[in-house]
Design a binder for this molecule. Structure first.
Ligand code: GCB
Length: 598
């Protein structure tokens, strides 16, 4: 009997272990401002198009896959891989731009990084990944740590128990194979850059630590928030906001709310003020910079701090200036944002997926209102419940990471999706989830569907009912209509809501000149911009514009030799940083407009 009981206990323990190695755990808020060791740098890699490191010849997962980092035990031993003599890739970074043979590669690459640590018994250790595209499986010292799906959001694992004193071996299986049921799906107009594309950190915290927090403006114009400790722990957290005050919050069952009755100075487009905030708990001091604003919709107006604003924007992909590939450095973020400033923008649309935390933080500091989006793009599989869970998970991860970023004004749930019942249901569910998670910001989606007849457009997509702000992507002069015709296009809407022209644009090869009617010339692109700007001036419910796009970006859909060469050419700036004429046309338009509507 006793034996049976022991076996049962063993079974339960094994089950618990199996459950704990799995999905990523609750996100560690503000990871990069905690004590950490950076695991960025050179990693050893093995390219594995046949999944040999994971499956055996019968397609069964191997027990001794590449994650074991095995070495032959004798000269006669057979081990058919060796990280020590393999190639290297830099992390953070995509693999496509780092090795010619990986330019179009889609599949698995194994990454290995060894690191040293002096373990402190009273500490917890977390492996934090800024982003890995798209599917990752993480192993530490030969043990499975967990898995993550989604190429643009952060995730972390508690690795305290698996971490060894001294040397550790971290192996990550990264797979960027496109998937019909994935988010995004197999079809996108951007490069499927694979790899560990954002920083990897080994973060240390106390045993009881601040897992997450939210600090923002309350409806009464005070500062309110909540703080959450790991695993429903109880403890004390001191919250200090320079210029506002300090208080100690007693956390009982994991989470506690607080409020400071002082009214903060507002963050605004002209004065993007951020407060210095410190959260202290059990010896950990987490520094943050947090601003306070209100954003709401009133009829067809977007009200920022109670004033109706016009959002002068630009769409931006996370594509690195000059080198192309994924943006990986602060300097690259700065170049993109400086260009947007020079253009006269007060708003940026970070398309089509969550960009790095560095980008978001820098943008809000520079006074940009931000549209942040999940890659629910075109025709993902709206009928598949697991596609929905994946999209919702990416939404939750985006909002969890960025809810304290005052610059974010709009959460976008989708881009150019077909008007069909399954999509309406899917997106409505996502919108509800967004509202539950964050009732303080506006919800939008970029729609491409309007009833269009003889230059008269009617916005009647049923999704218009559920979003706060309607985004419209319209390509008059490029995918339809001549450039001259656009200025007489008219727009009407069924919804009494603000509209942002979330995309408008045309392709041009920088430096290619000719008559206005010659495709790909800067003159053609300029003509499209001129006439579309005239069109925009006549839309009385228009409250923002974010033309497509700041810089040319790589897309495998764009193969026209000598013109595109794998680039979408709708940038106002070439990938080499050279401005096209259209940059200055948009700049003139923006310079003629104040931030406020009236
Ligand atoms: C769109 C998409 C964007 C494309 C763009 C284009 O509507 O939202 O991702 O890159 O059109 O250039 O066709």
């Amino acid at each position: 009997m006793r034996q049976i009981k022991n076996i049962f206990i063993l079974f339960l323990t094994l089950r618990a272990l199996a459950v704990s190695a799995g999905d990523a755990q609750d996100l560690l808020q503000n990871a990069s401002n905690r004590v950490h060791q950076s695991l960025d740098g050179t990693w050893q890699i093995i390219v594995d198009p046949m999944e040999t490191g994971y499956y055996n010849h019968g397609w069964k997962p191997k027990k001794n896959g590449y994650f074991m980092d095995e070495k032959p035990k004798s000269v006669s031993d057979r081990v058919e891989y060796d990280f020590d003599t393999s190639d290297e890739l830099y992390v953070p970074g995509d693999w496509n731009m780092q090795a010619d043979r990986l330019y179009y590669y889609e599949g698995t690459v194994w990454y290995r990084r060894k690191f040293l640590i002096t373990k402190e018994s009273e500490k917890k250790y977390h492996l934090y990944f800024g982003a890995v595209n798209y599917r990752s499986i993480v192993y530490l010292n030969g043990e499975l740590v967990g898995e993550h799906i989604g190429g643009f959001t952060s995730f972390n694992f508690d690795v305290t128990d698996l971490l060894q004193e001294g040397q550790n071996t971290l192996i990550v299986k990264v797979d960027n194979t496109r998937d019909k049921d994935g988010v995004p799906t197999i079809n996108t107009d951007w490069w499927n850059y694979g790899g560990i594309t954002r920083s990897v950190l080994l973060v240390e915290t106390p045993q009881v630590f601040v897992q997450d927090y939210s600090i923002q403006l309350s409806k009464n114009n005070t500062v309110e928030g909540w703080v959450k400790l790991n695993n429903n722990n109880a403890g004390k957290v001191e919250i200090a906001i320079e210029g506002i005050g300090k208080q100690v919050v007693q956390v009982k069952a994991g989470k506690a709310s607080f409020e400071f009755d002082k009214s903060p100075k507002h963050w605004s487009l002209d004065d993007p003020y951020l407060y210095q905030v410190t959260l202290s708990c059990n010896g950990e001091n987490i520094k943050d910079e947090i601003g306070f604003k209100s954003i709401a919709v009133q009829g067809q107006d977007i009200m920022l701090n109670g004033e109706s604003v016009f959002l002068k924007g630009i769409s931006i992909h996370e594509e690195a200036p000059f080198g192309t590939g994924r943006v990986t450095t602060r300097e690259q973020c700065k170049i993109l944002l400086d260009w947007a400033k020079e253009l006269g923008c007060n708003y940026i649309r970070l398309a089509h997926y969550p960009h790095s935390e560095t980008m978001v933080r820098m943008a809000e500091k520079m006074g940009f209102l931000i549209w942040s989006e999940i890659p629910v793009y075109w025709t993902i599989n709206y009928d598949n419940p697991s596609t929905y869970s994946n999209a919702e998970n990416q939404l939750v991860e985006m909002i969890t990471r960025d809810k304290n970023r005052v610059g974010i004004g709009l959460w976008s749930v989708a881009n150019e999706t077909p008007v069909i019942d399954s999509r309406n249901e899917f997106l409505n569910k996502l919108i509800k989830k967004t509202r539950d998670l964050d009732p303080t910001r506006l919800i939008c989606a970029a729609l491409n569907t309007q009833k269009s007849k003889n230059g008269k457009n009617l916005i009647d997509d049923p999704l218009g009912e559920y979003v706060d702000v309607i985004g419209i992507n319209s390509y008059c002069g490029w995918y339809g209509g001549t450039p001259e015709s656009c200025s007489s296009w008219e727009w009407a809407t069924k919804f009494k809501k603000p509209m942002i022209m979330s995309e408008v644009g045309a392709g041009a090869l920088q430096g290619y000149h000719g008559e206005e009617n010659v495709r790909w010339t800067e003159e053609y692109q300029s003509a499209v911009f001129h006439s579309n700007i005239e069109m925009l001036k006549n839309i009385d419910f228009l409250r923002g514009v974010s033309p497509w796009i700041l810089m040319d970006f790589r897309s495998p859909r764009r193969s026209l030799k000598n013109i595109q060469n794998d680039f979408n050419r709708k940038g106002l700036i070439s990938e080499q940083g050279l401005k096209k004429e259209s940059f200055f046309i948009l700049q003139n338009y923006y310079n003629s407009l104040p931030n406020q509507m009236k």
